[in-house]
Structures are given as C-alpha cells and as structure tokens.
Write a protein that binds this ligand. Structure first.
Ligand code: ADP
Ligand code: MG
Length: 404
C-alpha cells in the first residue's frame, strides 16, 4: 500500500486546496486549552502555502450531532492557526457549514495565492457523519485539490473523509495524504509488516470494552501482551480473583476468557499485574497500600499497578524489539497513582526497541513525565491508531492510496 502524498500533487501555484485537519482540540471557556493538534498540522499547511496554494481548512470539533452548537464552533482555533501560520485566517461564523458567504470566500481564493479560509465545524451539518454525497458535492465545489491530514478521523466514513475525496477522484482532480497522515501511516505500518520480534504490546486505561477488538487483534500479532490499568481487573475477576470495588466489566468476561485462551493457544505471554495500589476512593489523600492484584480488600479499588508489576513488565519490555503502548497503567492524573504509568513509560523509553505510544491519555501521561523523546512515534489518533493496528483498512486512508 502506497499513499499519494503532497509530492504527487504537482504544481499548486494559484490553486485552492481543501485540507481536512483534526482540529478537535479541548476548549475551555472559549479558549483552546491544548494546541498540540494545531501545531501538528503546520508541516502540511506551510508546505502548501509555500508552494503557492490557497487553503480551505476543515475539521470537526466534538460531537454537535448535526446541529449548530455555540460551544463547538471552531472560532477559538482561528487565532491560533493565524499565529502559527503568521498570516490571516478567514473564519466566517455561519448557521451551518456552508453558506453563500462561505462559498464566496472560497471562490475568491481562486484569484489570490497564500490565503487561508477556516470552515465551521463540519459536524454542524448532518451530512458529515452521514457521509452524505450531496454535502460532499458542495464541499468539493470549494477547491481544486484535496488533502487529508486528519489521522484522528481516518477510521470514520464521514463525508469530508470518504465521499469527498471520491468525488475529487471521479472528477480527475488530485487527492493526497498530508505530511502528518503520511508520518502516522509510515510509523504504524512498521508494526503491521513484519515487526522485529519480540513484539510486545502494553494495554491499559479505563475500560476493557473500549479495547476488546484491539486485544483480539493483537493476540494474533504480538509475542507478549501486558495488561494494566483498570482493564486488568476484568481479567483478574474472570479468573476468580478478589477485586473489591475495582472497575470490573462482568459482561466482558467471555471476551477476556476467549482472549486468554487464544493467547495460550498461540504461545503469547499474557502478563497481568501481580500487585496493585489500592485505596477506598480516587483521591490524593485516601489511605493507600500495595496488595496482591487478586486480593483487593472489599470496599477498596485498585488504582495503579504496584512496584513488583512494574519490575516484571519492565523485564519483558527489556527483551522487546518492537513495543506498542496504549492506555495508562493507573489513575496517572493523581500523583499517588502515577508510579505504575511512569515506571512502564520509563521502561519503554529506555529500550532500544522501535516504540510507539497512542491514545489521548497515554500521550498526556508521556508528556506529563517528560518522556516524549524516548518514543520513536507518538501517534495522534485514539480510535484511528487502534483500528489501524488491528489491521483494518480505514476509509480515510483507502481514499488517498495510490491506485496500483
Ligand atoms: P487512552 O486515552 O490513552 O486511550 P483511556 O482513555 O482508555 O486511555 O484510559 C485512561 C483513563 O483510565 C485515565 O483517565 C485513567 O485515570 C484511567 N484508569 C487507569 N487505570 C485505572 C484504574 N485502575 N481505575 C480507574 N481508572 C483507571
Ligand atoms: Mg482517553
């Protein structure tokens, strides 16, 4: 599989490029609280502008469900984009995504180079999530070429991701992946195509139900699977351990049972924490102690993996040549329950393996502990990263693949 990239777009001088970005940033009190995703789009935007194009930027933000929701407007992103690009970003607040004013602004781009228009939140229009062709047709009228750089949205068959590039291709107009999408696909493909072994995956986070498909897919690919975070307790409880008030999802017992059996069958090491840090409540001042993971006292919950677990996970990680990590080992947001996540992150960063970390909270934890440089690839997608690593063909990637 080869992606069409910006290198395949040819001459861009005087053209208008529709760029689908992931500007789904956290907004608090009308202000962008973390602009990592905005910064990540700069390589593509600056390259297109330097090559003489004008740009129509489009993104989703949150889940407004096909209606205009004031707090989900992309307005707060415009000044940040403007600051990083060092040029005016035109943003027109409208009652939807498309309006005569917006279409006029985009029309005007055809006569000028280097201009940037930011469209309103794509999900204000019900056509976006419905992958509606008529909506995509109208978006297609705004530009001459299409670039997808929204890795975080490539697993969604939404209009701006799927129908839109199809229309461009049908009309013989160019489509391509942006630099961020290209980098993600390059790095994550290394985990799918013959990864150096041992290949060790570390999964954690809050809910096993979020990652059941990932577990099933990884059991077929990895040599060892290390499970921490709250999801470990569903495995432990299913095996008859005492988990107190830890987060357990009994309706997932059949899934974790099947995954464990499959791991056995394939000779995959499935490692669960041996000890955990337990407390009666999720609070920094709660009395806490380290207990065996299968013997959490009644009324308490396991909120982090314990020091012996960190040591044992680290031993497996030290042997690895490829590591994929998704999901914190504990409630890392609270200092008393952060040692497990810090320990595992440090162990991964300290190996010579090819290392990838993905997921919003996992990236936040890596940043919190200042360990970014220890990873070969920080994947910006949550669901998209996991679905890619499960081996699925994702609509937004298929759309910008080169035809053989
Ligand atoms: P990511 O965003 O990296 O995919 P998740 O969203 O799946 O990760 O999980 C992150 C959340 O899981 C964090 O808010 C963390 O506090 C929580 N978590 C991890 N371990 C536990 C635990 N043992 N009990 C309760 N919550 C946990
Ligand atoms: Mg999360």
């Amino acid at each position: 599989m080869r992606l069409r990239t910006l290198d395949d777009l040819g001459e861009l001088e005087g053209t208008r490029v529709f760029v689908r970005l992931d500007l789904n940033v956290p907004i608090r009190d009308g202000v962008v609280a973390d602009d990592t995703r905005v910064r990540a789009t700069m390589p593509t935007l600056t390259e297109l502008l330097e090559r003489g194009a004008s740009i129509v930027v489009a993104s989703h933000l949150g889940r407004p469900k096909g209606q205009v929701v004031e707090s989900k407007r992309l307005a707060p992103v415009a000044p940040i984009l403007q600051e990083y690009l060092g040029r005016v970003v035109e943003y027109v607040a409208t009652d939807g995504v498309l309006s005569p004013e917006v279409e006029e602004s985009c029309e005007a781009l055809a006569f000028e180079r280097g201009r940037v228009v930011l469209l309103e939140n794509l999900r204000f229009d019900p056509g976006e999530e419905a992958n509606d062709r008529a909506f995509a047709q109208r978006l297609a009228g705004l530009a001459d070429a299409y670039v997808d750089d929204a890795f975080g949205a490539v697993h969604r068959a939404h209009a701006s991701v799927a129908a839109l590039p199809e229309i461009f291709k049908e009309q013989g107009r160019p489509v391509a992946a942006g630099r961020l999408l290209q980098k993600e696909v390059d790095a994550l493909s290394r985990l799918l195509q013959d990864p150096p072994r041992p290949y060790v995956a570390v999964l954690g986070g809050a809910k096993v139900s979020d990652k059941c498909d990932t577990i099933d897919a990884l059991v077929e690919r990895v040599d060892a699977l290390l499970v921490g975070g709250a999801m470990a307790f569903t495995f432990i409880a299913e095996r008859g351990g005492r988990t107190g008030r830890s987060l357990v999802e009994p309706e997932r017992f059949p899934d974790v049972h099947r995954a464990s059996a499959r791991a056995d069958e394939r000779g995959v090491v499935l490692q669960l924490p041996d000890d955990v840090v337990a407390a009666p409540e999720v609070s920094v001042d709660a009395p806490r102690h380290t207990v065996p993971s299968a013997d959490v006292p009644d009324g308490e919950m396991g909120l982090d993996i314990g020091p012996r677990s960190v040591e044992e996970f680290a031993r497996t990680l030290a042997e690895a040549k490829t590591i994929m990590w998704a999901g914190p080992m504990g409630v890392y947001e609270l200092e008393p329950f952060g040692a497990g996540t810090r320990g595992v992150a440090t162990a991964i960063a300290g190996t010579n393996a090819f290392t990838v970390v993905g997921g919003g909270d996992s990236l936040a934890a890596v940043a919190h502990f200042g360990l970014q440089d220890g990873f070969d690839h920080l994947s910006t997608g949550g669901g998209a990263t996991l679905e890619f690593l499960e081996g699925h063909r994702l609509p937004g990637i298929v759309a910008v693949e080169a035809t053989p």
